[in-house]
Design a protein around this ligand. Structure first.
Ligand SMILES: Nc1nc2c(c(=O)[nH]1)N[C@H]1C(S)=C(S)[C@@H](COP(=O)(O)O)O[C@H]1N2
Ligand SMILES: [Mo]
Length: 412
């Protein structure tokens, strides 16, 4: 399929005058769209979520339900609840009859195991509110070539809403960590895909230092409202900046371990990247992997939408986007309209707090009519930057963070 046909295919969803209409459906990931060999498939567009309380997210899978946020829906400073992505590994549990009576256990390497109701949790420990980045470990996976196993996320497996909860550190201190405590193991109430309730659909954990970080929360509110069931009601972990799989929904237990946790989702190639680069598409060696912890630096252009047609005579474009890096702040974002030949420095706002994404804006010149790709590239305070192509291919496809790209057409 040619680039011009691609524009035709997307015209039905795309604005006709600069910055005035909204895009109802996201294009497939850029690489896939341009390589698309079946125009009919592209014209049909992605499957969109139909769920009360949720926006029309792009459905990546039904069983389990996985849905991502199209880039142009990531434009809000604070992610509204309806636009937050969804990632389940099993089924969604039934809504608790009495949320305040829901219990969370803290056991293992602690002096005093705790078994707290949500009521006790919220009355015994101070509540804090932060804007915190939640990002699926597989975010960006679709940019890998060849395709890696798993949900084919573009950049929309991430969001930055406001969370209210108690600090996990306060709860762990109340339980009293033993000297042997080195890792956590998390459990939620969701049945497995097969419907089993006696084993976890996923059970991941983190080093104690991350558990004790002041922004790591047992959260009970999302954007000031009780957590919706789909996002983990009545309580969930929020482990900002690190793989989203640590942010256990429907939280029932934190097992403090004396060694690295070994629940489902900790072994094999799950949430692991290869220690040395391997041939893309090859099998790899499980023994030569390291757990993915912090998510890599990423920027996403959130305005205008990919595939936007700009009115004839448009000479400048006011771009907007979000940028973040799991464990660092954003130092700079550069934007290009000529495939990276030249770059312009974007304006980057400070984060609302640690682990919040940062808004970038730039006015870029479009000297003539015609087709442009607009790229954004973020660099974090540790000096890590986005590569031009997803690197460090690994079998389950973690850590793909190439430059963000949109296509615009200035009509002659
Ligand atoms: N109990 C439970 N918690 C879970 C999951 C799950 O399947 N079960 N999925 C995890 C993954 S992989 C991600 S990316 C985040 C997604 O959170 P969200 O659906 O609220 O966006 O939840 C995490 N917490
Ligand atoms: Mo995830």
């Amino acid at each position: 399929m040619t680039k011009s046909k691609n524009f035709n295919a997307s015209r039905r969803t795309v604005l006709t005058a600069a910055g005035t209409a909204t895009v109802a459906a996201a294009l497939p990931p850029l690489g896939a769209a341009l390589a698309q060999s079946a125009p009919a498939a592209a014209a049909k567009g992605p499957k969109l979520l139909e769920m009360p309380g949720k926006a029309k997210l792009v459905v990546l899978g039904d069983r389990p339900l996985v849905a991502e946020t199209p880039a142009e829906m990531m434009d809000d400073a604070v992610t509204p609840t309806d636009k937050l992505f969804i990632r389940n590994n099993g089924q969604v549990p039934d809504a608790p009859a009495d949320p305040k009576a829901w219990r969370v256990k803290i056991d293992g390497e602690v002096n005093t195991p705790l078994d707290l109701s949500v009521g006790e949790l919220t009355s015994r420990f101070p509540s804090v509110t932060y804007q915190l980045l939640l990002e699926c470990g597989g975010n960006g996976r679709s940019f890998f070539s060849p395709e890696a196993r798993g949900n084919q996320w573009a950049n929309g497996g991430a969001g930055c809403p406001q969370w209210t909860g108690v600090r996990l550190a306060d709860v762990l201190k109340a339980a009293g960590l033993k000297a042997s405590a080195v890792y956590t193991g998390h459990y939620g109430k969701d049945p497995t895909l097969a419907g089993e309730t006696d084993k976890p659909s996923i059970s991941r954990g983190m080093p104690i230092a991350k558990a004790m970080e002041e922004h790591t929360l047992i959260a009970f509110k999302l954007n000031g409202q009780d957590l919706p069931l789909i996002h983990g009601a009545p309580v969930r972990l929020v482990v900002p900046g690190w793989t989203g799989s640590l942010s256990t929904k429907w939280l029932t237990r934190i097992w403090v371990r004396d060694k690295e946790h070994d629940g489902p989702g900790m072994g094999g190639f799950s949430y692991r990247v290869t220690k040395k680069p391997i041939v893309p598409g090859s099998k790899g060696d499980e023994k030569d992997t390291a757990i993915l912890e912090a998510m890599p630096v990423r920027s996403v252009i959130t305005f205008p939408a990919d595939g936007t047609r700009l009115a004839a005579g448009t000479k400048t474009l006011d771009l907007r986007g979000q940028a973040w890096s799991g464990d660092a702040e954003i130092r700079s974002v550069d934007v290009s309209t000529d495939y990276g030949a030249t770059w312009k420095i974007a304006k980057v706002a400070p984060p609302a707090n640690k682990f919040a994404w940062q808004r970038f804006t730039a006015a870029v010149d479009l000297p003539t009519s015609g087709y442009y790709e607009v790229w954004s590239k973020a660099t974090d305070t540790k000096g890590a930057t986005q590569p031009f192509a997803a690197g460090n291919w690994n079998p389950q496809g973690y850590g793909a963070n190439p430059v963000s790209r949109i296509r615009v057409l200035v009509d002659a």
